[in-house]
Write a protein that binds this ligand. Structure first.
Ligand code: SF4
Ligand code: SF4
Length: 93
């Protein structure tokens, strides 16, 4: 597995916001903070509530209601093998 580049271009490809696991309450809580962080250099961000495969797990999402990772361009591009990256850093098998 190649190291996932933390870039705006890659974040824009992340499907997490469309995922049923990303609850509405988590979306409301994180929209402003995420937008604010994305105005800076993405590779310097320590935690982001998106692209969990490149960053660490979510601090809000607590339950898997389906995972869209396998349909994501990033998943193919970096030959990822796990899923539910929001629930466990590095994903689950
Ligand atoms: S990592 Fe998977 S389960 Fe979690 S929000 Fe993203 S697509 Fe959904
Ligand atoms: S593989 Fe999953 S966590 Fe990674 S960018 Fe795609 S949807 Fe987001």
């Amino acid at each position: 597995m190649r190291k996932i580049e933390k870039s705006k271009e890659n974040v824009q490809k992340c499907l997490c916001l469309q995922c049923p696991s990303y609850s509405q309450i988590c979306q409301i809580k994180n929209t402003v903070g995420t937008s604010y962080k994305l105005m800076t250099e993405v590779d310097k961000i320590k935690h982001l509530e998106l692209m969990f495969c490149a960053f660490e797990k979510s601090r809000c999402i607590v339950e898997s209601k389906g995972c869209l990772c396998k349909q994501c361009e990033i998943y193919q591009k970096y030959h990822l093998q796990h899923q539910d990256y929001c629930l466990k850093t590095g994903g689950t098998n």
